[in-house]
Design a protein around this ligand. Structure first.
Ligand code: PLP
Length: 449
């Protein structure tokens, strides 16, 4: 479209107009086809325009699209909450619906705070998080986010929250499979709790499998368990931000299920609504919710929360995941894709790392694999390669890898319905884009070699 748009988001940049989307494919109004190699922003987990989900939504629309939660209970809401509770760890069976990831995280820290106040621990308010991390764009969730470009303009408006380094073993030259590595990073949490004063620390929040800020960080051996233990020792609530890693993409319903670790609160969204409706949830330990409701109620809520149309969509998405064995497919096809991405390291010396679980995968570009020094910042590789892939008809998702300041990583996260034949298609397009990128960068790469 060439006319002036009244819409704006992060930048004024324009993109082609979407005409239709089916499965892992999308078409613009000019007829160009794209593979949704990042499921949008790791959202469209079951692919686009699934006929059974659309049918369930149409059926619900014919009955009601909105019933305010203070006026009515709804059948889809009750059924979806029961289904989520059944998928969640024992003892974490209370579900609070929201419309997105930031809302889920806000809800989590507010429930944690109200619980602390309720049980006579009102001195606890600090929520420790990691750098880099992303927990959302609203001011409460942003205060937890460790990504300078996003937080810097708003610092005077937020309550500063303590941060510890994310366990990026690949940058520190540590072995991810060595339990000493997990212990090393977990000790940073304990040290921070002690430094802040244990009685002031309310919670620790982290992403069990990292999202866009770390490029699919997988925690080192022992880290998840050690963090759980430290939180228990200091009476600090453990919040898992599974907004991106929850819903099956990693090959388990929750990312933390890979380690069998049970937190106190979980935030989910993205793949939970899978792009069919804005939907998210906070899942909390029964004891927290019982205490808060018993003391007069949770002082928090969002208007669209739990609306029947969103819940009907969410239910149909979960049914589809179950019926299609999509979590197993994410594990199997994800392993194939990860191996194929890993093999690219032979061909492109500037790929420094490939990581992730299931279909939550990323690769990172470097100028030197030994030191993991990033590519020169001014190259803007994180934009360049995405554009080259886009021109080929492949959508991937990138971020600056080093806390938003420098470095370049790329999420390759197609929908959980992706077949091995479609992985071939993705790899052809990605390789073409990487070849073009290598050509374009040849003079710079020769200079830094
Ligand atoms: C781990 C994580 N938490 C929270 C959010 C915020 O979700 P939303 O953009 O739906 O508000 C995101 C979004 O990217 C995320 O990846």
């Amino acid at each position: 479209m060439s006319h002036e748009s009244h819409l704006f988001y992060q930048t004024g940049a324009r993109r082609p107009v979407l005409a239709e989307a089916r499965g892992i494919y999308m078409w613009d109004v000019e007829g160009k086809r794209y593979i949704d190699g990042s499921s949008g922003a790791m959202v469209s987990n079951i692919g686009h325009s699934n006929p059974r989900v659309l049918e369930a939504m149409h059926a619900q629309m014919a009955k009601s699209t909105f019933g305010y939660r203070l006026h009515f209970e709804t059948e889809p809401g009750e059924l979806l909450a029961a289904k989520v509770a059944a998928l969640s760890p024992e003892g974490m069976e209370k579900v609070f619906f929201v419309s997105g990831g930031s809302e889920a995280v806000e809800s989590a820290i507010k429930l944690a705070r109200q619980y602390a106040v309720t049980v006579g621990q009102g001195s606890r308010w600090k929520v420790i998080s990691r750098t880099p991390s992303y927990h959302g764009s609203t001011l409460g969730a942003l205060a937890l986010t460790g990504y300078d470009p996003l937080t810097a303009p708003f610092l005077p408006m937020m309550q500063a929250m303590p941060k510890i380094p994310a366990p990026r073993a690949w940058l520190d030259g540590l072995d991810i499979n060595d339990p000493a590595t997990g212990a090393h990073y977990a000790a940073m949490l304990e040290a921070k709790i002690i430094a802040e004063g244990p009685d002031s620390v309310l919670a620790f929040i982290h992403e069990p499998v990292g999202g866009a800020s770390t490029g699919a960080l997988v925690p080192p051996a022992g880290y998840m368990q050690a963090v759980r233990e430290i939180c228990r020792r200091y009476n600090v609530l453990l919040i898992h931000d599974e907004v991106m890693s929850g819903g099956g993409r990693t090959g388990r319903f929750y990312g933390a299920d890979h380690w069998g670790v049970v937190p106190d609160i979980i935030a989910i969204s993205k793949g939970f609504g899978a792009g069919y409706s804005p939907l998210g949830a906070m899942i909390a330990a029964d004891r927290l919710v019982d205490a808060v409701l018993g003391a007069g109620g949770f002082m928090h809520g969002h208007t669209y929360a739990g609306n029947p149309l969103a819940c009907a969509a969410g239910l149909a998405v979960l049914d589809e995941i179950e019926a299609g064995g999509l979590i197993d497919n994410a594990a199997t096809v994800g392993a194939v894709l990860k191996a194929r991405l890993g093999a690219l390291m032979q061909r492109y010396p500037f790929i420094g790392d490939v990581r992730g679980k299931g279909l939550l995968l990323a690769f990172e570009l470097v100028s030197d694999r030994q030191t993991m020094a990033p590519l020169p910042k001014g190259l803007n590789a994180y934009v360049e390669l995405v554009e080259l892939a886009y021109a080929e008809g492949l959508i991937i998702y990138s971020r600056r890898s080093r806390g938003g300041i420098e470095g370049d990583h790329f999420m390759v996260c197609p929908p959980m319905i992706t077949t091995e034949a479609q992985i071939d298609e993705i790899m052809v397009m990605l390789t073409t884009a990487l070849d073009r990128f290598a050509d374009r960068l040849a003079p710079t790469l020769a200079r830094i070699a």
